[in-house]
Design a binder for this molecule. Structure first.
Ligand SMILES: *Cc1c(COP(=O)(O)O)cnc(C)c1O
Length: 400
């Protein structure tokens, strides 16, 4: 590795918190599905910032919207109206079919918002006794890193040493309908679910589970809340992963790709009746719904629809899934996923394979010890897909 890259890594190690263990590459620019490091070497991006880059890097239309808006108006706060937020809200509604949206910035803030809304519904509509509301969540989930999100997590490393944690979360195994039904009580306001667990290792629930879970929620007067921050906006081959089973969540959480790869934008989507449970002063965010975010997110939505990113994810995903499944390596225990959210479970540390791929010009990251996630931008073409499969077949031959 050249001195410049070493120097930059040393600077980061010296002055930063060590909360990540990045791959050994220092990226300096990117376009579409490609990254270039400080040495001018090119890589195929199969991380896509955990689905925040569904549109690819530097999409020309989204970049133009960002530049144009940044020259006119960037920030007002919600103390006044701006001329961009209404257009984003209208577009979110027409694209998703939800009556109303509440914009935030990062994904975890939208999760937090959805939890507040679900609890408020529990008290005001379901008449749950004050401060007793419960939310059912799934083992091995990931909803972010705030105290609320880690309180809803079953992963020991995320939780331990950060208490006291929030009460009111009930855990059930992912995909276990009986356990879900037994966990519901008159105090349950919501079930919070990722339709496919992303950070948890690309875990796909049994076919029919989402539809069954949504039905059980309806029968028990419980809100079905889907965290589609990673799975949403085309990633799994449908606009939303819940669409695969024709499930329409009561509350839908979006983030990551909503920002078009340029800007943190998240939102909570719900019916008008639910959203009315928030009044003035009940919730807010200084940056949420700012004009720059709104212009970028509206364009990101337009590109998703007009360039049929879900359809592209579906066809490229099928090619990659079947290509990987056809590889005869004894190191591969399972290939799973949907669309371009793909997990390869290995009989060796996934980091070893990630390093071997990096040496071959592919950036992909381990998620959990033995699962490698492959999630390129949805704009990946046939040539890049072929290159990915070719390099993967070579990398999997390395000794563990
Ligand atoms: C990434 C992610 C989050 C958190 O989003 P941030 O923008 O990192 O706060 C929450 N839920 C899911 C399913 C995610 O993948």
């Amino acid at each position: 590795m050249p001195d410049r890259a070493r120097e930059l890594i040393a600077l980061e190690e010296r002055y930063g918190a060590h909360t990540y263990r990045p791959l050994d590459v220092v990226v300096e620019r990117a376009e579409g599905v490609w990254l270039w490091d400080v040495n001018g070497r090119r890589y195929l991006d199969c991380v896509s910032a955990y689905s925040a880059l569904n549109h690819g890097h530097a999409h020309p239309r989204i970049r133009a919207a960002l530049v144009e808006q940044s020259q006119r108006l960037s920030l007002t706060s919600r103390a006044m109206y701006n001329d961009q937020l209404p257009l984003l809200l209208e577009r979110l509604s027409s694209v998703t079919g939800y009556e109303s949206a509440l914009p935030m910035n990062t994904g975890v803030e939208a999760v937090e918002t959805a939890i507040k809304l679900a609890r408020r519904w529990g008290y005001e509509v379901k008449n749950i006794p004050a401060d007793r509301a419960e939310i059912v969540v799934f083992d091995n989930n990931f909803h972010g890193r705030t105290i609320t999100a880690i309180s809803a997590s079953s992963t020991e490393q995320y939780r331990s040493g950060f208490g006291p944690l929030l009460p009111g979360f009930v855990f059930v195994p992912f995909g276990d309908l009986g356990a879900l039904e037994r966990a519901l009580s008159p105090r349950t306001c919501a079930v919070l679910i990722e339709p496919i667990q992303g950070e948890g290792g690309v875990v796909v629930p049994p076919e029919g589970f989402l539809a069954d879970a949504a039905r059980v929620c309806r029968e028990h007067n419980v809100l079905f809340v889907a965290d589609e921050i990673q799975t949403g906006l085309g990633r799994t081959g449908d606009l939303f992963a819940c669409d695969h089973e024709r499930v329409r969540p009561d509350i839908l959480i979006v983030g990551k790709a909503l920002g078009g790869g340029y800007y943190p934008v998240s939102a909570v989507l719900a019916s008008r009746a639910l959203m009315e449970l928030f009044g003035a002063g009940d919730h807010g965010s200084t940056f949420g719904g700012n004009p720059l975010a709104a212009a970028v997110a509206r364009t990101a939505l337009d590109v998703t629809v007009e360039e049929d990113l879900p359809g592209r994810a579906r066809s490229a995903g099928e090619t990659i899934l079947s290509g990987l499944r056809a590889m005869p390596s004894p190191r591969i225990k399972e290939v799973r996923g949907r669309g371009l959210l793909i997990g390869v479970e290995l009989d060796m540390p996934a980091r070893t394979l990630a390093d071997a791929l990096l040496a071959r010009g592919i950036v992909a990251k381990d998620t959990h010890e033995r699962v490698l996630r492959i999630a390129p931008p949805l704009v990946i073409d046939n040539e890049a897909t072929a290159l990915l499969l070719d390099r993967f077949a070579d990398a999997i031959l390395v000794p563990a």
